[in-house]
Design a protein around this ligand. Structure first.
Ligand code: SAM
Length: 275
């Protein structure tokens, strides 16, 4: 019991150190997951306590980058949760088609799987030429991977099935070639993409988006942080713009819920109210 308490103090101090020294703010992430991940980071760095880990990361940026890798979960897929993409294609796209130009923000884009999925969907729906995609994350390695667009070949079977279930109109293999030991997605899919380092915890709004997709990111935040992120989304969306959270997240408990109406209930796609 006593040990546990000391550990909690150490973890709080370590997160504070990470924030003050590097401006990475994990202080309000959901505790259980942060603890689990920090334990893995501590073991990987070969130190016995969180205080020792704190000492290391304060003095060694490479150690801090190593810890950051553990703190950000990078699991993703192409067309992950295909019914979400089907709903975007069938229900949101008809509205987007009425705009002469579009801005789409993929927040917490990881290594770009969701970005490429949306770029493919927008190409198939004839929206690509009028769209600018902003894809953001706090993990630099992930952003670099997204800019390369190379994914393991052994994942293509599952991605192809997701693509089919999402209502894909061609074959996923039309969008990649093999090389560099993986599936290399066509760079033309990234021509209208701005990748940038942006934190939903510490950074500011983007303006006048028509669609924001932020899935499997806020599950790691506590309630206050979730409210901050949803506030950012509200202020970044044009009137009538769409916010897609995917099935695992909801606006129901958010202090900003009144700014949105439900658009596709099962997929947690919301629309910013017009008035
Ligand atoms: C599990 S992945 C989700 C990827 C993708 N959106 C999906 O649903 O498959 C979570 C991503 O959120 C990013 N992330 C964590 N905290 C963040 C923050 N404060 N601001 C922006 N992105 C963050 C992580 O680096 C990671 O890439």
């Amino acid at each position: 019991m006593e040990d546990e308490k000391i550990e909690d103090i150490e973890i709080r101090l370590l997160l504070e150190a990470l924030y003050r020294r590097y401006h990475y703010d994990f202080r309000n992430y959901a505790q259980a997951s942060i603890k689990r991940r920090l334990r893995q980071a501590r073991d990987r760095q070969g130190v016995a306590t969180y205080s020792a880990l704190q000492d290391k990361l304060l003095h060694d940026p490479a150690a801090a980058a190593g810890v950051l890798r553990f703190l950000t979960v990078q699991v993703s897929d192409f067309f992950r949760d295909p019914t979400y993409f089907k709903a975007i294609r069938e229900k949101v796209v008809p509205h987007l088609k009425t705009y002469p130009s579009l801005k789409v923000w993929i927040a917490g884009c990881s290594a770009g799987e969701e970005l490429h999925s949306l770029a493919i969907l927008f190409r198939e729906e004839g929206l690509e030429d009028r769209t600018l995609f902003y894809a953001t994350d706090i993990n630099q390695d992930a952003l670099e991977a997204a800019s390369r667009g190379i994914y393991p070949l052994d994942r293509m079977k599952a991605f192809t099935e997701n693509y089919r279930l999402s209502g894909g109109k061609a074959s996923l293999s039309d969008y990649y070639s093999t090389g560099y030991g993986g599936a290399v997605f066509d760079k033309s899919l990234r021509e209208r993409v701005v990748l940038s380092d942006h934190s939903l915890v510490t950074d500011a709004v983007f303006s006048e988006m028509q669609l924001i997709s932020c899935r499997n990111v806020m599950i790691y935040f506590d309630r206050d942080l979730q409210d901050r992120a949803v506030g950012l989304f509200r202020d970044s969306l044009g009137r009538g713009g769409f916010l897609g959270l995917g099935s695992k997240e909801t606006l129901r408990f958010s202090e900003h819920v009144d700014a949105f109406s439900e658009f596709v209930r099962e997929e947690k796609i919301y629309q910013r109210r017009k008035a």
